[in-house]
Ligand binder design. Structure first.
Ligand code: DGY
Length: 323
């Protein structure tokens, strides 16, 4: 008998079709009423869950007695209670690697957009303001040759650093839990403390996973350490930054600008950030290209399929559950 797979966020029709080759697939549909209720109703029969962007722990999953695997269509897994899943012997998988380059592209576009005021000047031009050569008050800041500080030199951090080093001739600093000698050699990167990075970098790019130790890693004190001419770029997770402190720093000129893809509360439909011309605000689109989202979907399906067919999935977040 086919096992049952339940989607916990929107999945594309091709994903549903691929899954349906091996499984009964349930995709809650807003046309059929409340999706949360449809999810809760289907949950007790689900052997596998697939999706992204939803918190899943004891409160949501206690009734999922047949559950064997949660396959997240994301590299980050801060939405899941890993200890709880592990204790229940439920495998958790994610989709690393396939989104590295796209997310780094987006990180670099935030660097460029904040420094050269791309989004702000686009809106200004379209509003019919361009009557004469732009004044110095509209000048941006150079990116090439400036110092790029990467907080968390993992795969995505290294991909951002490569763009800076080889595309824009930027000296690279990095901070984190461990040194990366190979990357130091490849990128000429210098390992420094977070404090030193904040004090020296022209662009501080956050690429750390969210955990208890990285929550509010950047708050008022850290923003104060940055140069007044510096930019903060966040492509990691919103809660890594104390957003209220950031708003204040942007309003007071403590730092020059910020490029943000992630927020403490998502989706963000109202925020003091929206009235700040020195903040570029994107709707969590680091991996959101057609090609990358398709690759992530396929990787998540491969992981889920493997787990439910009894093969070790490639991207196990909690390998201890796999006997
Ligand atoms: C991830 O995969 O974790 C990215 O943030 C995209 O959601």
């Amino acid at each position: 008998m086919k096992k049952t797979v339940l989607a916990f966020s929107r999945i594309t029709p091709p994903m549903a079709e691929r899954l349906a080759q091996d499984f009964n697939v349930i995709v809650p549909n807003p046309k059929n009423g409340d999706i949360a209720a449809q999810f809760d109703e289907a949950l007790p029969e689900a052997h596998g869950l697939i999706g992204a962007g939803r918190k899943l722990g004891a409160a949501q999953l206690d009734g999922a007695l047949k559950l064997e695997v949660v396959s997240s269509v994301s590299v980050g897994y801060d939405n899941y209670d890993v200890a709880y899943l592990t204790e229940r012997g439920i495998a958790l998988t994610n989709t690393p690697d396939v989104l590295t380059e796209s997310t780094a592209d987006l990180g670099f576009s935030l660097i460029m957009s904040s420094a050269r005021r791309v989004a702000e000047l686009d809106a200004w031009t379209k509003a019919g303001n361009w009557k004469a050569t732009v004044a110095p008050s509209h000048f941006g800041a150079d990116v090439h040759g400036k110092t790029l500080g990467i907080v968390g030199l993992g795969n995505i951090g290294a991909a951002v650093a490569r763009r800076g080093r080889f595309g824009f001739n930027m000296p690279i600093l990095y901070s984190g839990n461990s040194r990366k000698p190979e990357l130091e050699q490849e990128l000429g990167a210098r390992f420094v403390s977070l404090e030193q990075l904040l004090a020296e970098a022209d662009f501080v790019c956050l690429v750390v996973p969210l955990s208890a130790s990285t929550k509010h890693l950047i708050g008022a004190e850290q923003l104060q350490r940055m140069k007044r001419s510096a930019f903060l770029i966040n492509i990691s997770r919103g809660p890594v930054v104390d957003e209220a402190a950031l708003v204040e720093a942007l309003q007071n000129g403590t730092i020059r600008g910020a490029g943000l893809d992630v927020y403490e509360k998502e989706p963000l439909s109202e925020s003091p950030l929206f009235s700040l011309s020195n903040a570029v605000t994107l709707p969590h689109v680091g991996s959101a290209t057609a090609e990358t989202r398709e690759a992530m979907a396929n990787r998540a399906i491969d992981n889920l399929r493997a787990a439910l067919l009894g093969e070790r999935p490639r991207d196990l977040v909690n390998p201890q559950v796999w006997k």
